[in-house]
Write a protein that binds this ligand. Sequence first.
Ligand SMILES: C[S@@+](CC[C@H](N)C(=O)[O-])C[C@H]1O[C@@H](n2cnc3c(N)ncnc32)[C@H](O)[C@@H]1O
Length: 229
Amino acid sequence: MTGSDFLDTARVFYDTVARDYTEHFGDWLVSRPFDRAMLAGFAELVGAGAAGPVADVGCGDGRLTAYLDGLGLSVFGLDLSSAMVALARNSYPHLRFDEGSMTALDLADGSLGGLLASYSIIHVPRERLPGVFAEFHRVLAPGGHLMLSFQVGDTSLRVDRPFGHEVALDFRRQRPEWIVEALDRAGFVVRARLLREPDEGVEQVPQAYVVARKPAVSVPGPPSPAERR
Ligand SMILES: C[S@@+](CC[C@H](N)C(=O)[O-])C[C@H]1O[C@@H](n2cnc3c(N)ncnc32)[C@H](O)[C@@H]1O
């Protein structure tokens, strides 16, 4: 897969399964106290000094956007899939939802107080993650916080013919240490990580959260090998 094929594949997948996916996973947060605790901690960190709104990037049906709104944040959602955005707008008409990709955000430099990417970086090939994290760093205001969540592992889970639809997509598991290293290289300071065990009968692998901050004064990344010589 080259160029932006991975975006087209993810868009078609979620446009196709949007309604079934939402009905199936609609209430996953209800039975997940650790996930709610991470969202509450993120809301507190961001709310304390918000220098702009929070973007829920890869917001899907907008459930977490609405949850953060309920925690008092000024938040909007953004998703690659127009069907997901339509569902979100329909369910939460008081909130803003935009179509877009995390690989090229249509947002001004330093304009966000916070950024949540909940199970959405899992559809980006690993070699493209540094570019996505650079984009997250660009749009966050100095001192702004980022929270990522993802399934933990070394390999991808290929989801084929979900709910009987003729589509397939890779759900790319990640190691928290890979993500921490990539965030560090992008100029973030990692503040917290949570590794929780899979919910029996529902999840197959551990789940991770990583919270990072863009420093108030940006620090340059590590020197390149050429600069080190
Ligand atoms: C597994 S769902 C997670 C939805 C929601 N964040 C949640 O945690 O319930 C992944 C979402 O990320 C979106 N997505 C995938 N690639 C994206 C990209 N490059 N930019 C923005 N959204 C993307 C998909 O359309 C989908 O709605």
